[in-house]
Design a protein. Structure first.
Length: 372
């Protein structure tokens, strides 16, 4: 099932994404001992500074795999149980019947029924998912806001439920993972940042990955251009941003090489044990933030190509940036890609995102990177 790397095809595919309208993107693809790294476009549209494959990048909800792995380490140590009601651990955050019905597993796989807090923390997004009635103003208002995670959780818990605990399909919600961060800190007796750094990031041997403490990305990095469905024109740079709006559920800074190294180590059983990995790959249907029903495990989701086996990993977005990292189940073929613009699709008359050439070009790159 080996697909040797075709450097010419990968170079052409990544260049096509830039030509389709992405300011800049960079990626690493691995097949056994073979490694391809590539980049296309610019890190700064004003100066023309090019992107490089070694740049550090905000990788958004890819962080959730790191957080989930940390929680599962605590499951292995006996300090947390997957089917324990969250109300018995954090009764002040999820009280009453809901706390008794929602388990740790439901938080990990987004079947808790808890709403996303983000539209309540960002007033101009209040109408989400009705995109035409949203606006980008809150993105600027909160550039340097230091959010309290407990207050964000309270917004999500107080919002109308989006499903019944354990019901299918679940609904992807950052509220779930902020609760898991609180649970991890209680069980580990330290901050989630410190625990994840020591027991996940360092265990995987990652040299350019960190949970940020301030609004800046240290080291070589790209600007991050947010379009908010064409409402910010030209797209605005949000690379300097206080990430407390998501904390250790989506704030990680990494590189494409480190992401491949991490998922390779995870799927090889070097971060959590075999039984935990099996739990992570047990999926349920979940409605993604884009409104699509996907299969989702415990901080992992699969992608499958015809006859090429299952890939496991995660995607992520922040204001202006995005990334996707996928590793084949046998660990041999890997892809990690980072882009420096988000929500490039403009809205049609029906208020829904319209197709954009970037969509097809990215899909073609993923195809070339994952399946050859």
């Amino acid at each position: 099932m080996k697909n040797p790397l075709d450097s010419a095809a990968l170079n052409a595919a990544i260049e096509n994404v830039h030509r389709a309208g992405m300011p800049g993107l960079f990626a690493e693809v691995r097949d056994g001992d073979q490694v391809w790294r590539g980049a296309a476009g610019v890190a700064d549209v004003s100066t023309g500074r090019p992107v490089t494959a070694a740049m550090r990048h905000r990788v958004g909800s890819i962080t959730k795999t790191f957080t989930a792995a940390a929680v599962l380490q605590q499951v292995e140590s006996g300090r947390i149980a997957l089917d324990t009601p969250i109300g018995s651990c954090l009764p002040e955050l999820v009280p009453g019947e809901r706390g008794a019905a929602i388990t740790v597993r439901m938080l990990l796989n987004h079947t808790s029924g808890l709403a996303e807090y983000l539209p309540y923390a960002y007033p101009s997004l209040k109408a989400f998912p009705v995109l035409a009635e949203t606006g980008p103003e809150s993105l600027d208002d909160h550039r340097f806001t230091r959010f309290d995670p407990v207050e964000l959780i309270e917004l999500g818990v107080a919002a109308p439920a989006v499903g019944t605990p354990g019901g299918a399909p679940g609904l992807y919600s950052n509220t779930n993972y902020l609760l898991l961060v609180q649970l991890l800190e209680q069980a580990a007796g330290t901050t989630a940042e410190r625990y994840i750094t020591r027991n996940v990031i360092e265990r995987a041997g990652l040299r350019d990955t960190e949970l940020p403490t301030g609004p800046h990305v240290d080291g070589p990095h790209s600007r991050l251009y947010e379009s908010w469905f064409g409402m910010i024109d030209p797209p605005r740079d949000y690379s300097v941003y206080d990430m407390s709006w998501v904390g250790p559920s989506a704030s990680l800074i990494s590189t494409v090489a480190d992401l491949n190294r991490f998922y390779g180590a995870l799927l090889a059983g070097k971060i959590v044990g075999p039984s935990s990995l099996e739990e992570m790959r047990r999926t349920v249907p979940v409605v993604s933030q884009e409104g699509r029903v996907i299969e989702y495990g415990l901080g992992l989701h699969p992608m499958e190509g015809p006859g090429q086996g299952t890939f496991w990993g995660h995607g992520g977005t922040v204001w202006g940036g995005g990334a996707l990292a996928m590793t084949r189940a046998d660990g041999r073929r890997q892809m990690a890609v980072a882009v420096n613009m988000q929500r490039w699709n403009r809205l049609g008359p029906d208020g829904r995102p319209q197709p954009h050439p970037i969509d097809g070009a990215l899909a073609a790159f993923y195809q070339a990177a994952m399946y050859g």
